[in-house]
Design a protein around this ligand. Sequence first.
Ligand SMILES: O=C(O)CCC(=O)C(=O)O
Ligand SMILES: [Fe+2]
Length: 795
Amino acid sequence: MPTVLEILAHAPASVPVTHPAPEAARFFAQGELPLDALVVEVDGFGPLAQPLPAERAQALQALSAPARFGRREQTLLDTRVRHTGEIDADRLALQWPTGGFARLQQEVARALGVEQLDAALHNLLIYGAGQFFKPHQDTERHPRMVATLVLVWPSAHLGGDLRVTLGSDEGLLASQHLQAPTLRWFAFYADCRHEVLPVSEGWRVVLTFDLMVPAQTASPRFPPAWLADLQAALQLEVDAQPEARAWVLLLDHEYTEHGLRWPLLKGDDRWRVAALRTAAQALGLQQHLALAELHETWNAQPVFRSRVSRSGRTYDEITDEVSPQDLIDAEMTLDFWVDTQDRVSRKGHLTIDPQQVLSFVATGEDHRTAEEYEGYMGNYGDTLDYWYRRAALVIRSPLAEARDAFTLDFDAALAEARRLAADPAQAAALTARVKAADRALQDRIQQQGRALLEACMDLAVGMDDVEAAVALLLHFDPTSFLPEDAATLARLARSGHGSQGLLRLLQAWYAPDGRPWYRAGPWRAGASPFTPPSLWPADLAAFVTAAQAAAWPAECLTAFFRVGLVLLARFHRSAQDITPAQRQALQPALIAQVADWARVLVAVPTQALLPASATAPDVPHPLHGLIDAVLCCPLLYPLADLVGVVQACGPVARTWPPTDSLAAQVQAALRAELDEPPRAADDHRLRRVAWTCRCKDCAQVIAWAEEASAQPLVLSMAEQWRVHVQQRCEAAGAGLSFQTVKQGLPYKLVLAKPRDLHLREQLRRTQCSRDHAMLARAAASPWTPATMRTGSSSA
Ligand SMILES: O=C(O)CCC(=O)C(=O)O
Ligand SMILES: [Fe+2]
């Protein structure tokens, strides 16, 4: 089965072109008219004779102005680029015999492969000997201008060939003659680079016309069998695109943003695109014209020049030029779109694989818009970057187009998907679209966060697949939610997905994988300062109140707490690896955070949670779960520091765990500390230090630290050991101070104990005894009626 390119390599016979051979280039054309087909009169000069004698031509040039040329927005005069005389159209009067001009236009159009073209006189040019016009592209002066027509007046001259190129194709249009039997005409598409070579003798006189495509043109007809083959080949190739990517054909001609329109296509692009469009339409595929930018990065090598030394030896000399060697990277992006209604969109960039792109004309220097040389770039050495601009036809399945829309114009794509979501009949289509666009949705949700929750919930509830709905919402970070988001989440439970939907989402959020928000957690290795984990929305109290107001099903609210506690336990496990010093830094905030959570949990009424007897009798009340988690980690939560947590837990602290309650354990720990004899005035021992190394050098330090003496310790040792001892003591959070004395060899490390040991312990004792007294008072006071379930085991 032939490929699309093979089928499109030759125009079917029905395409309106009158070429000697079908494969002949269609970017330029030539023809002739009888001499009497045109009379030209020049204002202030009179009619042009046929042929124009040399002295009249010279007089005509005297009347003309030096021709300018356009470069971007400017019009320039530079005889190194363009050296010729010009007379504007408003000083020219043309007379054609009846129907003569229309016939010429028709002939030119057919020769260029266009159904119809309108010609408008632009100017008259007079080139004397040595005059020329260097390679350039013509400015498209009218909105629908696509090509240029040159009419050669009989005026003897030699040289002055017009050379036209497209990619690597080239055409030579020779105007030279001594005696012209006809009026010759040349036509070429305006994007094609062309030049007028120097006239060597005589006078070259030409009229130029702008060629425009009329507003209404008929599209070509194609043989049905040929079209059926094209359609089958296209279907195969579109289906074969990996990940339903776009099928892209680069067009032969260059187009500006103004010129890239369906009716204004040039040459072979015209019929090929028309045929592909017909085929794509029949297949239900979407079509766009687009501008593509190709960016290549090459490895650059210096250019050497061969030289001969005085002694006659040849050698290579380095020049300051570089040449590309190996292609390191190539990327293509589509960034300017024209839909089938000729509506333009400049939104977004779609990246495509340049390897997958088809074309008849290879991308070359003519398409290059910029280049950049970079000196040494790490791994790559020197690099050369090139940028190229091409126009393209893009064909995609409707699903791929909808998917890409999320990359190109996210807001519009989201609005469109929300419209789908409002129509229950579209639930399956919506699911397919959201699944296809997952990457783009994830990127956006990561950037914009909860601002997209409402919109994405619209999609989730409109989808017919709970897995896909959960996968979409999973991209949100549940710790970033504001209280009002609780109501939005409740919509999932109220939708067709039911409370199972919300339940699965909660479980997925907190599952060990697929949680980018958790993986980036602050306690990860190297993160500093060590902060408590965020498990729930920052304003948990308000969020939980809002969840209750929005009637979260009891099993969902219970799961919401439970999955967070599972995560807390995981945090506790990862915190086992941190140093005692890091633990000390973390503890105050962590304990305060746990107390905050406890206060929220105390306030949740029992009826808002899953009844213990209902499905899982072993499910503890979340507050019990929190207390259990804390008691599991005595290193992170020293009992004597948990008075705030006891207070936050309210009466539950005195009943949980049932065997030995939190309040009782804390009270006992405080008692034990108070029972230790106070430190004697001459006692400077360090106590309760979790030393992290007991090597020979560290052992010396530990022995000294545990002595009563207040004297500093002087260690004479090489730098590597000084660093080791200091680091290990610091990691242990021992509170020692260090000084390096640069005397003798090796230098000395001087260690000193904290000066305020006594004061600190005294303050701590006062605090302990105050806390202890308070707990004792609370234990003696009557119980406030429990507002909460006390758990299955005490029921
Ligand atoms: O003189 C010609 O044949 C062509 C002139 C031309 O390229 C122009 O006017 O842009
Ligand atoms: Fe030109």
